[in-house]
Design a protein around this ligand. Structure first.
Ligand code: ADP
Ligand code: MG
Length: 698
């Protein structure tokens, strides 16, 4: 049995290590930077860099890298050795404060959506001291933000840090109003549950689609799918469990509190949940988690699929972004609390989130928009593309009481001073039952369930933080001027509930009728990435981000382009892979098999003209008809792709991929899946869904 507490954080330059290795003055200065965003002098940085380098070398590192998160949503690193020339043709190991604080990766190939014009062709990375440095694969990784020399954010971290500041500032105003003057800092916190599939490596790599795109582009459904629900929370297979143990160990070394592991609904699908931390750390940690899962899976002879919808007809994978606000005094602001004033404060925060989600449905949808996630949202297992909130019966009753001026009493029959409400105990279990809701209150936090398994959680949290900041700002401004505070709180809550209750939906989000109901309520139903991203540059959204200094208009325009460009690229790769698979394997296989069937029929007939060759002929005819369809669909897709490539406008091109290419891909898949269904196992060139989903056997 390993000593977990000793292992935990052993590859992480955390506060314990800092305290141990830094002179007290340096430690204090650094801590001030971490806790209060105080600027860091180069002197302090030099001392820190030196200590970091010694620590890293002792732990086997020879290289360092500024680890950053470009707009692709992945992570990037460029390794530099610590070596510096010394006299006598020797080297010494060196790492300066300058190198720690700022880097200049030659990063001209990262997407910048036109932000990095030729005159400022390079960007720079800047150390984010709020996220600990760590050692991964013998490299000291320094979490950094990535900006252009013009100061524009070229990454996911910069806007996230800005949004955290915005929400913290506004939330502080609210808690002050409720008399909590001891609170100095408020942080948005996140626990990101991560879903994934594990497939045997050999089986997975036999499929070109999985190899190139991370998902199956062809495949008819297996006889045994997830109908029996026997996989969910089922016992773990040894190989899977060994994998999970190793992932956890690797994560623990990096100071990531991976806590829960279990099987998910679909066969071969699993989940990992960490303990929540600040939003910025949670984002870094989730990126590392994905990377480590992929690497460890390969070591165990498996492929970890993070695609949102690897298999049609089988549950896709998402990330549950559990979000809340915590104070430095250890208080969760979305915890209903025990006393009336805590309750009222909770209701103010709750209503701010309700208003934020209603007013910025479009931005939330954009934050979960990707070609991969489009297959999931609106399918039968994930939240639908319509954003709504689930509060649970108890909380719903409380809000109704406020709205209608009914006095909601607690068990002791006490009323709250604000003229309305004492919250009942909100049992956590009751509130988590609705798994269909995109944005659910789960007892003391909100769970945004739309984010795709392959996406960075940064975008979602930028939206939540900023939109909530805006509502808290409005609320604080109103309440700060109130003469009768309790009445003002009550009026504010009542008005907010009335105006935004349309976003609250406690029913089944998969139900057909919900889509119609949502339309009646005037809620958005943005089905595809393109539909969603078209809203990113709406003036109200630009105004929101500019007001809180989270994105400039130019940065948003760049993000808009990158969203669409990524979308088009992904579908382009998928369609190209389909064409290849069809031309190189599926069509030749069908022709060959039809030929064999015809030959078999002929031979049979020659032997005995009276014998029936119905089976051979019928099959040959069916397959021949389907392969005709495959052939034509492939041709059509190919020429449509040529047209797509010629479109120069980024938006128009994404629209074309969405409206023209995707349906053609569907049209190609259908007859190909029919062929798979009608062909003998030894003929079909790829492992089937059944082979893949049950490929990890024990
Ligand atoms: P549930 O069963 O409702 O999903 P869990 O307690 O298992 O709830 O938590 C799920 C995730 O939510 C975990 O990652 C957990 O750390 C996270 N979480 C719990 N409390 C908070 C909070 N205050 N802020 C952010 N995330 C939280
Ligand atoms: Mg959950």
């Amino acid at each position: 049995m390993k000593n977990i507490p000793e292992l935990f954080g052993s590859m992480c330059f955390n506060e314990v290590v800092m305290k141990e290795r830094l002179p007290e003055r340096t430690y204090k200065a650094l801590k001030k930077t971490i806790d209060e965003n105080a600027p860091l002098s180069e002197d302090v940085a030099s001392v820190v860099a030196d200590a970091m380098k010694d620590w890293a070398i002792e732990n086997g590192a020879v290289y360092y890298t500024h680890w950053f998160q470009p707009l692709t949503g992945a992570t990037a690193e460029k390794h530099d050795a610590f070596i510096a020339p010394a006299s006598g043709g020797k080297v010494i190991m060196e790492f300066s404060g300058k190198e720690l604080i700022k880097g200049e990766p030659d990063a001209s190939s990262f997407p910048s959506g036109g932000l990095r014009t030729t005159c400022e062709a390079r960007g720079y990375t800047a150390w984010d001291p709020t996220s600990y440095a760590f050692i991964k694969n013998g490299v000291l990784c320094i979490p950094t933000a990535f900006c252009s020399f013009g100061g524009h954010a070229l990454d996911k971290k910069t806007p996230l840090l800005r949004s955290m500041e915005a929400v913290s500032k506004q939330a502080l105003r609210i808690v002050r109003l409720f008399g909590f003057t001891d609170i100095k800092k408020i942080e948005s916190t996140v626990g990101a549950e991560q879903e994934y599939f594990l497939i045997d490596k050999e089986a997975a790599y036999k499929r070109k689609d999985i190899t190139y795109t991370g998902r199956t582009l062809f495949g008819s459904n297996p006889p045994k799918g997830q109908e029996l629900d026997d996989h969910y929370f089922g016992s773990l297979k040894k190989r899977v469990s060994d994998f999970m143990d190793e992932v956890n160990e690797e994560l623990w070394k990096l100071g990531i509190m991976a806590k829960t592991k279990h099987n998910e609904v679909a066969p071969a699908q699993h989940e990992l949940a960490p303990i929540f931390v600040s939003t910025n750390l949670a984002t870094d940690q989730n990126q590392l988690t994905m990377e480590i899962m992929k690497r460890v899976a390969l070591k165990h002879g498996m492929v970890c699929l993070l695609h949102e919808k690897p298999f049609a007809g089988v549950n896709g994978s998402g990330k549950h972004n559990n979000w809340s606000l915590s104070t430095d005094t250890g208080f969760n602001l979305l915890n209903p609390g025990k006393t009336p004033s805590e309750n009222a404060e909770f209701l103010v925060f709750l209503c701010a989130v309700i208003k934020a989600v209603d007013e910025y449905q479009d931005l939330l949808r954009v934050s979960a928009a990707s070609a991969g996630n489009d297959h999931r949202l609106g399918a039968d297992e994930a939240p639908p593309a319509v954003i709504s909130m689930f509060l649970g019966e108890d909380l719903d009753a409380v809000l109704k009481a406020i709205e209608n001026d009914e006095h909601h009493k607690d068990k002791a029959g006490e009323k709250m001073d604000i003229g309305a409400v004492v919250l009942p105990d909100l049992p956590k279990d009751n509130t988590d039952r609705n798994r269909t809701s995109p944005f659910a209150f789960t007892g003391n936090k909100f769970e945004f369930r739309m984010v795709g398994s392959n996406q960075s959680i940064a975008d979602a949290n930028v939206v939540i933080n900023t939109a909530v900041a805006k509502e808290l700002d409005e609320f604080a401004t109103e309440l700060e001027q109130a003469k009768d505070f309790d009445k003002a709180v009550h009026d504010l809550l009542k008005r907010t509930i009335k105006a935004h209750k349309r976003i609250i939906f406690n029913g089944n989000g998969y139900d057909e009728s919900w889509q119609q109901e949502a339309e009646k309520r005037g809620l958005l139903n943005l089905k595809t990435t393109v539909d969603a991203v078209e809203h990113l540059l709406d003036e109200k959204n630009i105004a929101l981000y500019e007001k809180y200094g989270v994105y400039t208009r130019e940065e948003l325009e760049a993000n808009y382009e990158i969203y669409l460009e990524n979308y088009s690229k992904i579908i382009h790769i998928e369609a190209s892979s389909m064409i290849k698979m069809s031309q190189k394997e599926i069509i030749p296989m069908s022709i060959e098999y039809v030929k064999e069937l015809c030959e078999a029929a002929c031979i049979k007939k020659q032997c005995n003209p009276a014998i029936s060759t119905f089976a051979e002929e019928d099959l040959a005819q069916k397959l021949s008809a389907q392969s005709e369809l495959v052939y034509k669909a492939t041709e059509e897709l190919e020429s449509a792709m040529h047209r797509a490539e010629k479109i120069t406008d980024i938006h128009e091109q994404a629209r074309y991929y969405c409206d023209e290419i995707l349906p053609l891909m569907k049209a190609l898949r259908k007859p190909a899946d029919e062929i798979e269904f009608a062909s003998p196992r030894y003929k079909w060139p790829y492992p089937t869904y059944g082979d893949l989903l049950l490929s990890v056997k024990e």
